[in-house]
Design a protein around this ligand. Structure first.
Ligand code: FEO
Length: 392
């Protein structure tokens, strides 16, 4: 890929990773991703914003042939998909200074073994003149690590946001074209990467909204020429109350738990509640994460196996707890053969969410009429709780 002009003297570099299917060995990437870097040519100085994934270094260094001299390498975030090529860029342009937040400097000295004298640290709100263009640095911690900042190009009103407002989407579109596709990819990205830091993101949103932004140029996915699309989406995902939605991740070995889950799904639909059911045997956990953005209630369901919950349910419980969604109520269901150990273990695992635990439903063996009555009672409890929240 060649550098592409974004605006006069501003270019996008980097690469489109069409084939990548996992990020951080944790996050599914069904639509690939991109690693965006940007060159800004001022009348006096030239700056590069972020670099590229190290595996893309040859292509990236070739793109940098477009400049004779590099004065500043602005590193907004220390994670290696953006910082990994810094050592190679410095070999090509040894005079360049790496502009970072103090925390980022500390992290990149550890992650990339860079010497201290290559860095210039900037404070929140500090500016850097490139001549006729000025970069203002805005600290935005936890999007997605504690050291992250964004850079606002004052004259062009462009916010270089790195991970913030990004989407894992491999596309040849420089700017957002298919809004629905980008919205979905961005929601998945938010759910998987940003949601655990929701409270900080809410503060960061308020902070960047004070800027007069014409364009948001993230380091993953296409550039937003209509920034309100992604800003309004983030306001909804971060700050709006959860919806009248129950998310139901489950696993079943011999159908007993499945029958319980399907009964609950039907009972909730009858009561006017939206349900999203995920069979953990073959589910895309990214979709579960997306559903958690809007869910008010989660009901985890698993049989007891090997003295505890099924490992797939353990993973889902761990992930749900770690993602810190807005969920307010949680319950657990499951069947067992001779001893019940699924419900207590799962209930303990989700305590970090600080959601109210609704009375679980457990069944020895296959469900019977009484089991279904108990599940109906759970459905009634959920509806009553949602009404109390004003969402049912
Ligand atoms: Fe795209 Fe947190 O790195």
């Amino acid at each position: 890929m060649n550098p592409i002009k974004v605006k006069e003297n501003i270019y996008r570099l980097g690469s489109i990773d069409w084939d990548r299917r996992m990020f951080d060995a944790l996050i599914p990437l069904p639509d690939g991703t991109s690693y965006n870097a940007y060159i800004i040519k001022g009348s006096e100085k030239t700056a590069l914003i972020d670099t590229d994934e190290p595996s893309m270094k040859e292509e990236f260094l070739k793109q940098l042939d477009m400049v004779d001299k590099l004065d500043y390498l602005v590193s907004l975030h220390a994670e290696q998909d953006h910082s990994g090529c810094i050592p190679f860029v410095l070999e090509k342009f040894p005079e360049a200074k790496v502009v970072v937040s103090p925390k980022c400097k500390d992290m990149e000295m550890g992650l990339l073994h860079l010497p201290e004298d290559v860095f210039i640290t900037v404070q929140d709100g500090e500016t850097l003149s490139l001549g006729d263009k000025t970069l203002r640095f805005v600290y935005t911690p936890w999007v997605h690590w504690p050291e992250t900042m964004t850079a606002y190009l004052e004259e062009d009103k462009i916010l270089f946001s790195c991970d913030f407002f990004g989407s894992h989407l491999a596309t040849s579109d420089l700017f957002v074209k298919d809004k629905i596709k980008v919205y979905e990819a961005a929601k998945r990205y938010y759910a998987e990467i940003m949601m655990p830091f929701r409270k900080m993101i809410s503060k960061n949103l308020q902070k960047v909204l004070e800027l007069d932004i014409d364009m948001i140029a993230p380091s993953h996915g296409p550039i937003y020429r209509e920034p309100e699309l992604i800003i309004e989406a983030h306001k909804e995902w971060v700050d709006a109350p959860p919806k009248n939605l129950v998310v139901l991740p489950y696993i079943s070995m011999h159908d007993s738990t499945r029958l319980m889950v399907e009964h609950l799904t039907g009972a909730l639909i009858d009561r006017g509640v939206e349900v999203q059911q995920f069979n953990l045997e073959a589910t895309d956990l990214g979709k579960l994460a997306i559903a958690l953005v809007d869910a008010t209630t989660v009901v985890l369901a698993s049989p007891t196996v090997l003295g505890g919950p099924h490992p797939a349910a353990v993973y889902a419980a761990y992930l749900t707890n770690a993602l810190r969604p807005k969920v307010k109520f949680i319950s657990v269901m499951g069947s067992y053969g001779w001893t019940e150990r699924s419900v207590p273990v799962l209930s303990e695992m989700v305590k970090g969410m600080k959601a109210e635990i609704l009375k679980p439903v457990v069944q020895k063996g296959a469900p019977v009429e009484e089991t279904f009555r108990n599940i109906d009672r759970l459905a009634d409890d959920i509806v009553a709780k949602h009404r109390e929240e004003g969402i049912a």
